[in-house]
Design a protein around this ligand. Structure first.
Ligand SMILES: Nc1nc2c(ncn2[C@@H]2O[C@H](COP(=O)(O)OP(=O)(O)OP(=O)(O)O)[C@@H](O)[C@H]2O)c(=O)[nH]1
Ligand SMILES: *[C@@H]1O[C@H](CO)[C@@H](O)[C@H](O)[C@H]1NC(C)=O
Ligand SMILES: *[C@@H]1O[C@H](CO)[C@@H](O)[C@H](O)[C@H]1NC(C)=O
Ligand SMILES: [Mg+2]
Length: 530
């Protein structure tokens, strides 16, 4: 339909009035258009695979701590190296012993045979003597075993004993939610979400590295990740970031958002990584509030609003002339507005939605206090009260990620791109860096001697791995988990650097009342002929 926007009229008049409010407005629109064009250029539609694994993606604050191998003995003997008060943590069951041993052998061979960090094993049942003996024999460091109390492991009794609890959990099985009908899986998720870091054996340390049965490490880790994180101001490290299955957490974001609101939480910038925001402007006009969430919407809806407001004013004064071009045009705007439907964002709360991205929590290297702090404690209580750990199947991974964003900034999180890792046949495995002179494999324990002539993967430009032997024919998960790694890189490379972020909003919101005044002026200067 015919659309009269005041800015076109201004364009025609601009040579007559060199410096007018109109040209200022035009300038603003041009800048907005240029910004949008740039934005689209910088955010092309995503191809299916990105081959991030074949590029150097480092930035000054987000990069692997080392590219390739170190001489471990020299590293540990350096004056500025400090051993950290840290432990491995694994929750597991007696019957998983074989898988536990597999994990232990892998982490020992690739890392702990040199560093000897202790282990804490936790179980809701007592560990058998066989389990404890085997594990102790496999590890090259001190091992401790903890049995969880009912309080730590089970849902609160008043919840667990209800009919609704049983029914809800069973219903998730009927609806095909992965692991949804397994009560023990719910308990595990709840335990890892809010309890594990409070266990006395874990609390005895400042840092932890979470591991699971049946995982595999592919590269040698020839530095101390705990110490490097401290040195680089990092508090949480991950190897894989992927989107969550929507149906396991439909109301997690709502619950998180309401927690933030009720408690006036000042979010860290990590929040940006996990959410899309539609918060664009501040206004008391309900229609604008619901329909303006980008620059396009602003110029369209605002010129429409100004035209309609004037039309209604003139109508009230009895000055409407239906035969005039002007009023025909103005009426068309009224009709257009009446048929404009606000966009529906089903899962938007406070104009934000969760993009479902989360750090895969079966691997975590973190400072204990990223969870063991009053804000997270309160958050977990809030989630527990909402019942999502049993009404839905909230996983500890999305809960951890959202919970971290309550307090951490993007820069506090580290991507261990150089650590090759696989859980449930989804591998992340880096390319090897060019071998450094004189960095040979020297076992820290005879059990891990490697045969002479052991072959490693070839080295590449931009490789970061040390002596990796990656699985063949499995694509790197880093290349396939849109939109998570994309968002990570966008933030790391500062594409959003110039946007402000405060109280969970991405832009300094536009004050729509101020913008409206500019449009009022443009309206007064518009020409309605033809
Ligand atoms: N003691 C104990 N440990 C459990 C229980 N359920 C899960 N775990 C442990 O919690 C961790 C995660 O459980 P998994 O069943 O592997 O969950 P997952 O990794 O999401 O699923 P998979 O893809 O099947 O591996 C593992 O270390 C398990 O050993 C339980 O009922 N008791
Ligand atoms: C909305 O209305 C309130 C109360 O009338 C006022 O204080 C506030 O400044 C208004 N906000 C905007 C963006 O107009
Ligand atoms: C807002 O702008 C987008 C594209 O820029 C468009 O698809 C959408 O329909 C607009 N919404 C409204 C309510 O004008
Ligand atoms: Mg597992």
């Amino acid at each position: 339909m015919l659309r009269l926007s005041p800015r076109f009229r201004l364009y025609r008049d601009r040579h007559k009035r060199a410096v007018t409010v109109g040209s200022v407005l035009l300038g603003l629109l041009t800048i907005a258009f240029a910004a949008r064009t740039w934005y689209r250029y910088a955010h092309p539609a995503p191809p299916k695979f990105h081959w991030y694994s074949k590029q150097d993606l480092g930035t000054p604050t987000q990069h692997p701590f080392f590219m390739g191998c170190n001489d471990v003995q020299a590293y540990m003997n350096a004056d500025d190296y400090r051993r950290v008060d840290a432990t491995f943590v694994m929750l597991t069951r007696n019957q998983e012993l074989d898988d536990v041993v597999k994990t232990l052998q892998s982490i020992e061979e690739h890392f702990n045979q040199w560093f000897h960090y202790p282990y804490v094993f936790l179980n809701d049942e007592p560990f058998t003597q066989e389990f404890m003996d085997t594990v102790t024999r496999t590890a090259t460091a001190e091992v401790q075993f903890g049995t969880l109390s009912e309080l730590e492991w089970d849902f609160p009794q008043e919840v667990h004993d209800t009919f609704e609890f049983k029914e809800r959990v069973e219903d998730q099985g009927d609806r095909g939610i992965m692991y949804g009908s397994m009560e023990s899986y719910h308990k595990m998720c709840r335990f890892y979400s809010g309890v594990f870091f409070k266990h006395p054996l874990v609390r005895a340390h400042d840092w932890y590295w979470r591991i699971e049965p049946d995982v595999e490490f592919f590269c040698d880790i020839t530095y101390d990740p705990f110490w490097e994180m401290i040195r680089n101001d990092k508090e949480y490290g991950f190897t894989v970031m992927i989107p969550e299955l929507y149906w396991s957490i439909p109301s997690l974001f709502r619950s998180t958002r309401s927690f933030i609101k009720e408690n006036n939480i000042e979010l860290g910038t990590l929040w940006k990584l996990l959410t899309n925001s539609y918060h664009y402007g501040n206004t008391n006009d309900t229609f604008l509030d619901k329909t303006v969430y980008n620059d396009d919407n602003l110029s369209e809806r605002m010129s429409e609003k100004v035209i309609i407001d004037k039309l209604l004013e003139d109508t009230a004064k009895g000055e409407l002339n239906l035969d005039s071009t002007k009023d025909t045009i103005r009426l068309q705007h009224l009709i257009n507005r009446a048929t404009t439907v606000p966009p529906v964002f089903e899962d938007t709360f406070d104009k934000e939605e969760y993009n479902l991205c989360h750090f895969w929590s079966n691997f975590e290297i973190a400072k204990r206090t990223v969870f063991d702090n009053p804000t997270y404690e309160q958050y977990f209580k809030h989630l527990e009260a909402d019942g999502g750990f049993w009404k839905e199947r909230w996983g500890d991974a999305p809960v951890h990620s959202l919970g971290l964003a309550l307090t951490l900034d993007f820069e506090n999180v580290h991507y261990f791109k150089d650590i090759g890792y696989m859980h449930s046949s989804l591998p992340h495995c880096p390319r090897n860096a060019f071998p450094k002179e004189n960095v040979f494999y020297v076992p820290g324990d005879d059990r891990f001697a490697r045969p002479a002539g052991t072959q490693y993967d070839p080295s590449f430009d931009y490789g970061s791995g040390c002596r990796c032997r990656c699985p063949r024919n499995l694509p790197d998960i880093e290349d396939g988990c849109y939109p998570c790694m994309d968002k990570w890189l966008e933030l790391a490379h500062g594409v959003e650097k110039n946007t402000n972020f405060a109280n969970g909003a991405y832009y300094s919101p536009v004050d729509l009342d101020v913008v409206e005044k500019d449009f009022d002026i443009a309206y007064e200067q518009a020409s309605w002929e033809n």
